[in-house]
Design a protein around this ligand. Sequence first.
Ligand code: AMP
Length: 359
Amino acid sequence: MLKPGSTIGILGGGQLARMLALAGARLGLKSHVFSPVDDDPAFDVCSAHTRADFLDEAALAAFAEAVDVVTYEFENVPARTAEVLEARRPVRPNPKVLALTQDRLVEKDFVQGLGIPTAGFADVLDAEGLARAVERLGRPSILKTRRFGYDGKGQTQIREGADLAEAFRSLGGVPCILESFVPFTKEVSVVAARGLDGEFRAYDVCENVHEHHILATTTAPAAIGPETAEAAVDVARRIAEAAEYVGVIAVEMFVVEDEGRETLVVNEIAPRVHNSGHWTVDGAVTSQFEQHMRAVAGMPLGSTRRHGQKVVMRNLIGADADKWANILAEDGACLHLYGKKETRAGRKMGHVTRVVSRD
Ligand code: AMP
């Protein structure tokens, strides 16, 4: 177990790294952030930072020397980066998890291999392969690049009459998967942590609403039945155990309702703290960020108990964050700004959390 005063190395310097560093500081942990981007949000709040390319092996070696354990805020850490670091320091969650979550095909095979339902899917390598996949999975269906998709980027719906060759080309002609369309009624996620000793703790299952493919709000708890909530947590537990996971993990799922019965379909695994867990900073005893720092440091996990009857987190996208003064003036609104220098449409600039009490 690392002690307060130890240094956690974080790959990536965005808002997730920033909130990890802030949470670590509360426990007396130092953070050293490694990012190739100038002026990244986490640089403002960490004890040290390295601005270098993820494939700069000399910089990676020096970074490893300066830290006690390495973690990451994003799943697209290059395999070579993880390999160089792993030779020198523990990397948590273990880099096998990166290989699993960087490729939608590998991820779906892994989840289905555990006996957990996903959308139907097919590997698509070219336009002819897409035609065969559409034949099998029908329309509408969703074509997604296997790698590097986020916030709805790298995917397109295949509707009736869609030109398949054009759809494949529009995603860059790269390897894709086609997914059958899941007629979901809700999108939920389980944010949970697994400790170094294998202890597993989940937060309340939360419900996510997207606008323009970007998370708009998260509400905890999700308005689903208690058995569905229990089943969702069990899915996350099985995934975390099978991956020998250490740290915070998020599993996004669709809820499908059929004659009043709710079933779950796994959409995506994020091997990191997640936007749908931001509500825990103000709305739970231990935030997801503190929980992750505890887990990767080998410390005991904290309570995941929710405050209040309900917690609602709203993302501040682009110009939404310009209303910061109004939000600050609102009783009970907890404002978080990420310190990004430039406001851009579609960019996550901050979030606001409201804890609704019982009275
Ligand atoms: P993803 O990038 O995989 O998280 O997908 C982004 C969003 O697209 C999801 O949050 C859903 O709203 C929608 N979506 C993705 N996959 C499917 C699917 N197989 N069926 C229905 N909707 C989907």
